[in-house]
Design a protein around this ligand. Structure first.
Ligand code: GLN
Length: 193
């Protein structure tokens, strides 16, 4: 099984590590640039994207992660992780940057304050059955560029999961709802890389 990293600067690192370990992956928590060389895939957790961005820059991780993504490293981002994988964000906090890689525009906290969090069942391209998705102060993808592909939408058409090559992003948190298929997809991408 592959050695995979979970970016461990902030966010729900342990939940991802637990799912990946249960699927048989060898999981390492990544905080330093040199640790990227030892992994064959990276998960960017949910949390607060502006904080992860700030810490990544402070720890000299931003450019190495950008280089790894453009070099073809499989990466899965959930929620804040999706925001960090987006090429464009509409409403970053004070100069917030992303690693980029997904040809999408993402709006942070897109579901308003009165519905901070919600759960719903989603149809996902390639899945036999729906997934129970947990959204927590979630973003939505407001524009999907030609290089990216939508794999799940809410009933109102909001795009909440996308793929592009070896990159996968979901606005929701499979790692907290017992759903393993997105992590399996990520591990399959590594196997095929
Ligand atoms: N609202 C958070 C952000 O902007 C994301 C929330 C989450 O990861 N659950 O980064």
């Amino acid at each position: 099984m592959p050695r995979v990293g979970v970016l461990a600067l902030q966010g729900d690192v342990r939940e991802h590590a637990r799912v990946l370990t249960a699927l048989g992956a060898d999981v390492v928590l990544v905080r330093r640039p040199e640790e990227l060389a030892a992994i064959s895939g990276l998960v960017i957790p949910g949390g607060e994207s502006s904080v992860i961005d700030k810490l990544a820059r402070a720890f000299g991780m931003q450019q190495p992660i950008r280089d790894a993504i453009s070099g073809g490293l499989p990466v899965y981002g959930t929620c804040a992780g999706l925001i960090l994988l987006a090429d464009r964000i509409t409403d970053g906090i004070r100069g917030q940057e992303t690693f980029g890689g997904l040809d999408v525009t993402v709006q942070r906290n897109a579901f308003g304050s009165q519905v901070d969090s919600f759960e719903t069942d989603l149809t996902v391209e390639g899945f036999d059955t729906t997934t129970h998705a947990t959204f927590i102060r979630a973003p939505r993808v407001v524009e999907v560029g030609p290089a990216a592909r939508t794999i799940a939408t809410l009933d109102d058409g909001a795009v909440v999961a996308v793929r592009q090559g070896r990159l996968l992003g979901t606005a929701f948190h499979p790692e907290v709802s017992g759903e393993t298929r997105f992590h399996e997809l990520f591990l399959d991408t590594i196997g095929a890389a």
